[in-house]
Design a protein around this ligand. Structure first.
Ligand code: AP5
Ligand code: MG
Length: 221
């Protein structure tokens, strides 16, 4: 049976950072809705243009296009063993749609690590983030700077600041998260798959907490 892990948590808490590490450790594919939208934008697709009009305002892209995009991605052969979902689902309608689509793959959401940190930490992390243009590798000017200023360590491409990482935009994204995504905490707690993770810790310690949560949930099955 395929394994699906949903990383739940506010903007800037470290979902993308941890998803990349977990993907390496587990062999599961990292599927980030935000990265997929940014990739579409880079490739100047219609979906990319549509997503940008919402992302620039810190609002969520409509459920139907987001659900279709994720469905197409996790149907690819490289997700046969499952996936680490980062940033999806983000609304109850997306969570319902995910449940239905995973049934088609004979799977279900196995574990939902819910990563949290205080708002000032989120603003500091998102505000200092640098993202690699080619593949979305994640850096932070203070906590994890690239070896050479402005250049990705892994693929040598330019690193840039996301438009939606300005302080006022991060605050808006946090509000949207509280209103539209927080209901999923109770949804997944009720399903018995939620694992609370202290995201204020250093990157390595968050990874350790995540790995022990995944281990615990696989033993409980
Ligand atoms: P998305 O790209 O998903 O952004 P987000 O959820 O707001 O989350 P972030 O990517 O900002 O943060 P993160 O938790 O991944 O943190 P990261 O690891 O980078 O979505 C962007 C937009 O796309 C949305 O606003 C919406 O418009 C649209 N969208 C996406 N999904 C959607 C959906 N399902 N439905 C509708 N619309 C959707 O880390 C942040 C920084 O902190 C980095 O600099 C990192 O180096 C640093 N850091 C990480 N961990 C630590 C640590 N432990 N200690 C110190 N620094 C750390
Ligand atoms: Mg991210």
């Amino acid at each position: 049976m395929p394994t699906y892990i949903v990383l739940l948590g506010p903007p800037g808490v470290g979902k993308g950072t941890q998803a990349r590490i977990l993907a390496e450790k587990t062999g599961l594919k990292h599927v980030s809705s935000g990265d997929l939208f940014r990739e579409n934008l880079k490739n100047q697709t219609e979906l990319g243009q549509l997503a940008k009009s919402y992302m620039d305002k810190g609002e969520l892209v409509p459920d139907d296009v987001t659900i279709n995009m994720i469905k197409a991605r996790i149907s690819q052969p490289d997700c046969e063993a499952g996936a680490i979902l980062d940033g999806f689902p983000r609304t109850p309608a997306q969570a319902d749609a995910l449940e239905v689509m995973l049934k088609d793959f004979n799977g279900a959401v196995n574990t939902v690590p819910f990563i949290t940190a205080a708002e000032e930490i989120l603003v500091e992390r998102a505000g200092g983030r640098w993202t690699c243009r080619a593949q979305g590798h994640i850096y932070h000017e203070k906590f994890n700077p690239p070896k050479q200023v402005g250049v990705c360590d892994i693929d040598g491409s330019e690193v840039y600041q996301r438009d939606d990482d300005k302080v006022e935009m991060v605050a808006k994204r946090i509000r949207v998260y509280i209103e539209q995504t927080m209901p999923l905490v109770e949804y997944y707690r009720g399903a018995g798959v939620l694992a609370e993770i202290d995201g204020a810790q250093a990157v390595d310690n968050v990874t350790q907490s995540l790995l022990s949560a995944l281990d615990k949930s696989s033993k409980a099955k």
